[in-house]
Design a binder for this molecule. Structure first.
Ligand code: SF4
Length: 304
């Protein structure tokens, strides 16, 4: 009995690992995230996402036809109770190149921001500056961050619901000064998979509440909304993510994205053409559910 349970667990884990590798590889290819000779600085916070990213990148590195280097970097922001031995021990056990950068941004932030106010924007700005500087010092050609599909979707709704912008989180981004390229190799991976993977692999997770910052209520609300949707409308999250990769600028209302003012009559259909005059037709089953069922992840709902 226990033998078959173990075999099943192993089978499921292998499937999960394969899926994460496949989706990461797919995102890397789709966005041309990694090129031959790249030296990638992998940002490690000690959370489940960063461990999973590093682990998957390592496995892809072993199998890839191109050569690239990985260097793990952790920024120790001197938050009270930060277990500074955990990441070095982990990297030593793997025998990989790593660097711990120590900067007391915690003190700077708590000195400047009055108690009870949100510290995240200053903290993350400081962190960004330090990471860019470190990338330069290390001669890194890319900076990899562990954000995943659900972070990207949450950001889309945060911007839409609170910021009035149709804007998500990019899978690949050039820094404003043109000096750095930021990549998010887990862009296609869902958080639940990463969570399960991290649990199986027993990564030495460092808690993320050490800074004592208030939880971002807006993000929490969005997360709850999406989780609720996922329960009540299977496939909806997948469909939203597909939509993010499937934009029709001529059928939105942004004059900067599509030049409506100078639009001329022509015989060439633009975007999806004038079918937008007709009643909007959408598939009976959300496209995300169809895709996901191909991956055997979700039960297909029978529609009568
Ligand atoms: S949660 Fe804490 S560590 Fe993270 S950005 Fe906000 S203040 Fe900084």
């Amino acid at each position: 009995m226990s033998h078959s349970l173990t075999a099943k667990t192993k089978y499921n884990f292998n499937k999960l690992q394969k899926r994460l590798r496949r989706l990461t590889g797919q995102a890397i290819a789709d966005f041309n995230m990694i090129e031959d000779g790249d030296r990638i600085m992998v940002c490690m916070s000690g959370g489940k996402d960063s461990y999973t990213m590093f682990d998957i990148l390592q496995s892809l590195q072993r199998a890839a036809p191109i050569k690239f280097e990985l260097i793990a970097v952790n920024l120790d922001q001197k938050q009270p109770g930060f277990p500074e031995h955990v990441l070095p021990q982990y990297f030593e056990s793997l025998g990989v190149e790593y660097k711990i950068v120590e900067e007391d941004t915690y003190k700077i932030v708590t000195d400047i921001i009055p108690e009870g106010k949100t510290t995240c924007s200053l903290c993350s700005r400081l962190r960004r500056g330090i990471l860019y500087r470190t990338a330069k010092e290390l001669g890194a050609t890319k900076i990899a961050l562990g954000h995943h599909r659900d972070d990207m979707i949450e950001t889309l709704f945060l911007n839409m619901f609170y910021g009035g912008k149709l804007k998500g989180m990019p899978a690949k981004l050039a820094s404003d000064d043109g000096q750095h390229m930021v990549i998010r190799p887990l862009a296609y991976c869902k958080e639940a998979d990463i969570e399960e993977y991290a649990e199986h692999k027993e990564f030495p997770i460092i808690p993320c509440n050490l800074c004592g910052s208030q939880e971002n209520l807006q993000r929490k609300n969005i997360k709850m909304m999406l989780q609720e949707w996922d329960k009540t409308n299977p496939g909806r999250i997948e469909t939203i993510f597909t939509a993010m990769q499937n934009v029709t600028p001529s059928h939105l209302a942004d004059n900067n994205l599509f030049d409506f003012k100078n639009l001329q009559k022509s015989d060439v259909a633009i975007g999806e053409g004038d079918i937008a005059l007709d009643k909007v037709e959408v598939p009976a089953i959300p496209v995300g559910l169809i895709q996901d069922s191909e991956d055997n992840d979700v039960m297909v709902v029978e529609l009568n």
